[in-house]
Design a protein around this ligand. Structure first.
Ligand SMILES: [Zn+2]
Ligand SMILES: [Zn+2]
Length: 437
């Protein structure tokens, strides 16, 4: 495996490692990132950023797929206990208005033209229990999750650390650059609601050059400068039948359970599209009936994915036919709601290539650079990339690849912290190259 040279700025590395470990200890689930957001707001305001959070950030927008009330209550109470009831940031975040946008103008902006940059860092964690194995570095070095059953198992603690590290450096060098930077610390990537909501923020409408990243992913050291992600649509379905006695009057029932089972079989047998890869999965299926009752209600959640939005739409339409067919065979009705969607959108080649040149400029070895790559997973940054590109701006998604321990979304997930330093240096140089005079 090609190795990553250590980040040359050792003071920066010490600072980033400490920041990352601090956030790794306090993971929060999608739409409940209260403590994380408040801590980011506190530091970014102290650095001189204009910070928008809570009610003022969201306006009339509502989180599209919030967690259940109890999950939310526990997270808010925990944040309040740590930060105190009088915390400046928490109250207006109530109701899942987490995340923030922090904005800074270079001091040269008054006299020199400069672009508006947008950087997006997702901040949510997962319902995963962190490993206590001695081989798992966070456990061995004492910075494992302190929130039971929740873990930064996708590297978003690293993403927000790169964001904060970059913000510190751009605040320190403010006198030497023009233009404006918006930092989008986005909640709820794992449930795909945050990207959709953040794409509609007024700050996004100003962005001319947009960059986002994911750590890990490829399980080896790589700087991928043009990464796209597959599209996905996730649905909640209910089949409604009619209950009856299973022995005495089965003919009077309408079997929602049988219909739903046939639907699931049909979903896995969907025809595929020659234009690119696709996926289908049913990950949750609930029917809570007695053994002697013809089941009258079944709920399940399924997802379809495609290499691009069109293939994903094709899969979604084919899935709908299967559900309709299974329902009709059994004389039951069904309804479906979108739980979440992930858009797939191509990057700007010019910006991607500029990232590659900049990576070499800061000393990353050419052997680690990789061009376009389609990730077999979905990322809601696709909505943000689409938004920027449709308004005439440039956007690209990077992967800062590193070994990933036991893999993403596992209790032994981890990444190489050296990538944090390289990430900050890369983004900083991109800003300075295009705005410094
Ligand atoms: Zn993830
Ligand atoms: Zn992730």
């Amino acid at each position: 495996m090609a190795l990553l040279p250590p980040c040359p700025d050792t003071a920066l590395m010490r600072e980033l490692s400490e920041t990352r470990r601090g956030f790794h200890r306090i993971p929060e689930l999608s739409w409940t990132e209260y403590l994380t957001t408040a801590r980011l707001c506190t530091e970014l305001e102290a650095l001189g950023f204009a910070v928008a959070w809570g009610q003022a950030l969201y306006g009339t927008q509502q989180p599209p797929n919030p967690p259940d009330v109890e999950t939310d209550r526990i997270a808010y109470a925990r944040a309040e206990q740590v930060l105190g009831v009088g915390n400046r940031y928490l109250p207006s975040m109530q109701g899942n208005r987490t995340g923030l946008v922090a904005t800074l103008e270079g001091s040269l902006a008054a006299t020199e033209p400069g672009p508006v940059f947008g950087f997006r860092f997702d901040i949510d964690a997962l319902p995963v229990t962190e490993s206590q194995d001695a081989e798992h570095q966070p456990a061995a070095e004492g910075f494992a999750s302190e929130h039971a059953g929740i873990m930064h198992a996708c590297g978003h603690d690293g993403h927000l650390t790169i964001g904060l590290g970059l913000a510190r450096r751009l605040a320190a060098s403010r006198a030497r650059w023009a233009g404006k930077v918006h930092f989008f610390f986005q909640p709820a990537e794992e449930v795909a609601g945050g990207g959709l909501l953040f794409a509609g923020l007024p700050q996004m409408a100003e962005v001319e050059r947009f960059l986002t990243l994911h750590l890990g992913i490829v399980d080896r050291y790589r700087i991928i400068f043009d990464a796209t992600w597959i599209a996905a649509r996730i649905y909640d379905v209910v089949f409604h039948g009619r209950a009856s006695h299973a022995g005495n009057a089965p003919q009077d029932g309408r079997n929602a359970l049988l219909a739903a089972c046939q639907a699931v079989q049909g979903l896995y047998a969907l025809p595929r599209h020659s234009a690119g890869m696709s996926r289908v999965n049913v990950g949750r299926f609930v029917s809570d009936n007695a053994h002697n009752v013809i089941a009258d209600e079944v709920r399940f959640r399924y997802e379809v994915r495609g290499a691009d939005n069109e293939i994903c739409d094709f899969m979604a339409a084919a899935a709908e036919q299967v559900l309709e067919g299974a329902a009709r065979m059994n004389g039951v009705t069904w309804e479906r709601q979108v739980f979440a969607e992930f858009s797939s959108y191509p990057n700007s080649r010019a910006l991607a290539e500029e990232v590659a040149v900049t990576a070499l400029e800061i000393g990353l070895p050419e052997a680690l650079l990789q061009d376009s790559f389609l990730v077999s997973a979905s990322e809601d940054a696709g909505f943000l990339i689409q938004k920027v590109r449709e308004q005439g701006g440039e956007a690209t998604h990077l992967i800062l690849g590193s070994p990933v321990g036991g893999g993403h979304h596992c209790g032994t997930f981890d990444f190489d912290e050296q990538m944090l330093g390289w990430g900050v240096l890369l983004f900083e140089r991109l800003v300075l190259n295009s705005t410094q005079t």
